[in-house]
Design a protein around this ligand. Structure first.
Ligand SMILES: [Zn+2]
Length: 70
């Protein structure tokens, strides 16, 4: 499974591969952009990963981004 996360530190999203068991134990997520551990799973971003430009996409800004990153 690939899970999408969004960094609360820099507002960028990234994806992480993990098994169901790993997810249930709790995934240790580090932002690849700024190294922050302050990340949360981004359910909205799942569609983006399988579409074009899943990686290297611009920071998520706007309503529902969660936490007002901008
Ligand atoms: Zn970050």
């Amino acid at each position: 499974m690939i899970y999408a996360f969004v960094c609360q530190g820099c507002g960028k999203s990234f994806d992480l591969r993990a098994t169901m068991a790993e997810r249930e134990r709790g995934i240790e997520t580090l932002c690849p952009h700024c190294g922050s551990k302050d990340t949360k799973q981004d359910f909205r971003g799942i569609g983006m990963i399988f579409g074009a430009g899943g990686r290297g996409s611009p920071p998520i800004c706007g309503p529902g981004a969660g936490g007002g990153c901008c």
